[in-house]
Design a protein around this ligand. Structure first.
Ligand SMILES: *Cc1c(COP(=O)(O)O)cnc(C)c1O
Ligand code: SF4
Length: 331
């Protein structure tokens, strides 16, 4: 039943960990076992779905999934070069939640909400409050896209576009589908990884019904993130909904800056019908400096990957430089 499934993902979301002690209890960890813990992070609170937490290793304070969501005091350090808006979003703003940096592609910020709070996220300081309120729709942005026939692709981003409910999403997708000059719809989402319950039959039907070719770019950083539920969700997207699946990762110190880990990530992705697309050098956002990996080290990792994997399983190492006409290759 459709209603059943949509209640399932909503309640999975509501049941997420928002308190440190709840999360640590579930992992058999105590506060004192974690060096530099920040029990009261300001602004960007703890948020972790239970299904994602269940993929973490019990009793391991260094677990690579835990480290992505664990608030640390070191985030409060001010490091030169790490700023609030590292990717020049303000400059690319066309208004109404529409960003355009690259030719033919416009990115629509659909919502500020995410199902998980990743500590390294470049949007951790984004002024989400200035986005159109939920439910008022995206009419103004859609009108702008409809008027600009140089656009062939719309990218739904956020936040996480799959945080919209089915009614909002259906309205948005059908409005975009009706614009004659658009050819592709791309959805940037971490939900198949962190809240696979969101990939409902109803969502698959909605995507199948589109005339636009549909690409979903998911976001996994470590092979452990691809659990059984996520595998099922991804298979539904490719088999039932005909969606092309790509993955982007962020290169993160002590989480995936290891050729073995990146190799296994590519293999796991492909087993689940996903091609590795980008591995991003971290955007230099305030509070995330401790996650950054030096370019030389990043290039060395990519060299290792190229020697271990077929070419189609090697993602492109890129970084985002404000004002450039594309993502910039690092190696
Ligand atoms: C990353 C990004 C895109 C997509 O770039 P691709 O190289 O096509 O994946 C588009 N618009 C904006 C604003 C982006 O940041
Ligand atoms: S936008 Fe992506 S990386 Fe940032 S917090 Fe949301 S899910 Fe995590």
């Amino acid at each position: 039943m459709v209603t059943c499934q949509s209640e399932t993902w909503r309640s999975a979301l509501t049941n997420s960990f928002t308190k440190l002690d709840g999360l640590l209890d579930s992992l058999g960890l105590e506060r004192h076992e974690i060096a530099d813990l920040d029990p009261n992070p300001d602004g960007f609170r703890l948020l972790v779905p239970r299904g994602f937490a269940a993929l973490m290793r019990h009793g391991d304070p260094m677990d690579p999934l835990l480290r992505q969501v664990l608030p640390l005091r070191i985030e409060r350090d001010r490091v030169e070069g790490f700023v609030a808006d590292p990717v020049g979003d303000s400059a690319a703003d066309r208004g109404n939640g529409l960003l355009q940096k690259y030719r033919g592609r416009a990115l629509l910020m659909t919502t500020g909400a995410c199902a998980i709070h990743c500590r390294y996220c470049f949007r951790r300081h984004f002024p989400y409050a200035s986005l159109p309120a939920r439910g008022t729709g995206h009419q103004a942005a859609i009108a702008q896209i409809a008027e600009d026939d140089s656009l062939s692709e719309v990218i739904l981003s956020g936040g996480d576009p799959l945080m919209l409910d089915d009614a909002q999403l259906r309205q948005l997708l059908s409005a975009l589908d009706a614009i004659p000059h658009l050819r592709r719809l791309r959805i940037h989402t971490r939900l198949p990884i962190v809240l696979p319950e969101r990939i409902t039959d109803e969502l698959c039907r909605m995507l199948t019904a589109l005339g636009l070719q549909t690409i979903m770019v998911i976001h996994a950083n470590h092979p452990h993130e691809l659990g059984i539920q996520t595998g099922r969700a991804l298979r539904r997207l490719t088999r039932a909904a005909g969606v092309t699946l790509l993955n982007q990762s962020v290169l993160l110190k002590d989480i995936n800056d290891d050729p073995e880990v990146l190799e296994r990530l590519s293999e796991r992705l492909f087993e689940n019908g996903v091609l590795p697309y980008y591995v991003h050098q971290l955007d230099r956002v305030e509070g995330a400096a401790h996650f950054s990996v030096a370019d030389d080290e990043a290039k060395r990792l990519m060299d290792c990957l190229r020697q271990r994997l077929p070419g189609y399983l090697v993602p492109r190492l890129v970084r985002e430089i404000p004002g450039e006409g594309s993502k910039t290759p690092v190696d």
